[in-house]
Design a protein. Structure first.
Length: 340
C-alpha cells in the first residue's frame, strides 16, 4: 500500500525549496597584473555569468610561493602572469593543471598556448629594436645583428636577470642552437654602451641622452612616451625610430601575458568559464588596450596608441613554451659571457 504525504506537507516543502538561497558562485584569481581597470573586466564577467570574481594581487613569484604554501587547500582557481617565463616557473612548481577548451583552442593560435594545455596567452608584447634617427642610418634588422662588430659601444639593454631578456635568449637557443646563442650573447656584451641598468624605459632614455644609439625594449614602453609625459623620454621621442626584427625570417620575438588554471582549483567550472571569457572580444580589447599590447586573438582591433606601430610578423615557429623550458640554459649562458 502506498502512503501519500499530506498536501500541507508537500506545499510546505515546495515553499521551503523555493525560499532556499542558491549556492553562491565565485572564482578566485591570483593576479600579477596591477591594473585597477581590471575591475571593469571582472565586473563584465560577473554581469554575464553571475559569478563573483575575488582577486588577490602580488608579483608572480610571490603568488607562486603562496599557492605552493597553501597546498591542497589553496583557494586559487586562476593564475595570471605578465610573462611566459614566470608561468613556466608555476608549471615547474606543479601548481597548474591541464584543461581542455574548444573555445580557447579555436581562438588562440597554437604557438601562444602551452603544448600541455596548462596555460595560454591573453595578450602579446613584442621585444623590438629602437634607434636614434639622427645617428643611425641603417639600424639592426634582426636580433642576430645586435652582435655585429659595427655596434660596438652603442647598445643599451637590460640585465640578464630580467625575464624579458631571458625569454629572448631562450628563443634564440631554440632558433639557432645553444652555441650560436652563446656567441650572440657574448657579442651583445661586447657592444654594450654601458653596464646593464634600469628598466626598459631607461634603455630608451639612453637613446635620447646620446649614451647609446640602439636599444632593446618591449614595444609598449615606447608608446607610453606618447600617451603620457615620461621624464627623459617624451621630449626626445620624435628622434627614436623602431624596427620590427626578423621580418624576413622567423618574425619578431613575442612574450605573453598568460592565464592558467591552478592544480587544486576549488571552483573548477567557474574557472573554466572565466578562462574562456578571457578570449572574448571584450576581454581581448581590455587586456591589450590598457597596456598598449597586441591581442592574442586575431581580428580584434588595436587600440589607438598601439596602432601607431602598426602590424608586424610575429615569430610563430618558436613556441612560447620554450621560453620557460630554456630559461635555465639562458641564464647559464648569460653568466658565462659576463652579461650582468
Amino acid at each position: 500500500m502506498t502512503v501519500s504525504a499530506p498536501r500541507s506537507l508537500i506545499a510546505a516543502l515546495a515553499l521551503s525549496a523555493m525560499a532556499a538561497p542558491a549556492l553562491a558562485q565565485e572564482v578566485n584569481v591570483y593576479s600579477s597584473r596591477h591594473y585597477d581597470s581590471d575591475d571593469a573586466l571582472f565586473d563584465e564577467f560577473t554581469s554575464r555569468t553571475g559569478i563573483t570574481v575575488n582577486r588577490i594581487e602580488a608579483n608572480a613569484d610571490e603568488l607562486i610561493a603562496r599557492i605552493q604554501a597553501e597546498g591542497d587547500n589553496s583557494p586559487a582557481d586562476v593564475l595570471l602572469t605578465v610573462d611566459v617565463g614566470r608561468v613556466g616557473r608555476a608549471e615547474e612548481a606543479g601548481i597548474l593543471q591541464a584543461f581542455s577548451s574548444d573555445v580557447i583552442e579555436s581562438r588562440v593560435p597554437p604557438h601562444l598556448r602551452d603544448p600541455e594545455n596548462q596555460w595560454f596567452g591573453v595578450s602579446q608584447r613584442a621585444r623590438i629594436i629602437f634607434y636614434a634617427k639622427d645617428r643611425v642610418e641603417n639600424p639592426p634588422r634582426t636580433y642576430e645583428d645586435l652582435a655585429a662588430p659595427e655596434w660596438k659601444g652603442k647598445i643599451c639593454i637590460r640585465s640578464s636577470s630580467n625575464v624579458y631578456n631571458q625569454s629572448l635568449l631562450a628563443s634564440l637557443i631554440d632558433a639557432n642552437g645553444e652555441d650560436a646563442a652563446r656567441e650572440w650573447a657574448a657579442g651583445v656584451v661586447g657592444n654594450m654602451a654601458r653596464a646593464p641598468q634600469g628598466g626598459d624605459t631607461d634603455q630608451l632614455r639612453g637613446i635620447v641622452s646620446g649614451e647609446c644609439d640602439v636599444a632593446v625594449a618591449n614595444h609598449y614602453y615606447f608608446l607610453r612616451g606618447f600617451e603620457q609625459n615620461v621624464d627623459g623620454l617624451t621630449d626626445g621621442i620624435d628622434n627614436i625610430g623602431f624596427v620590427w626584427p626578423n621580418q624576413s625570417g622567423r618574425g619578431a620575438h613575442v612574450n605573453l601575458s598568460t592565464a592558467a588554471k591552478t592544480a587544486n582549483a576549488p571552483n573548477a567550472e567557474e574557472a573554466d568559464k572565466l578562462l574562456e571569457f578571457f578570449t572574448s572580444e571584450f576581454a581581448q580589447q581590455h587586456f591589450a588596450g590598457q597596456n598598449n599590447e597586441y591581442p592574442a586573438v586575431s581580428g580584434v582591433a588595436l587600440d589607438e596608441d598601439t596602432a601607431r606601430l602598426g602590424m608586424f610578423i610575429p615569430d610563430t615557429t618558436t613556441r612560447t613554451a620554450v621560453f620557460g623550458d630554456n630559461a635555465k640554459t639562458a641564464q647559464t649562458i648569460f653568466n658565462e659571457v659576463g652579461w650582468d
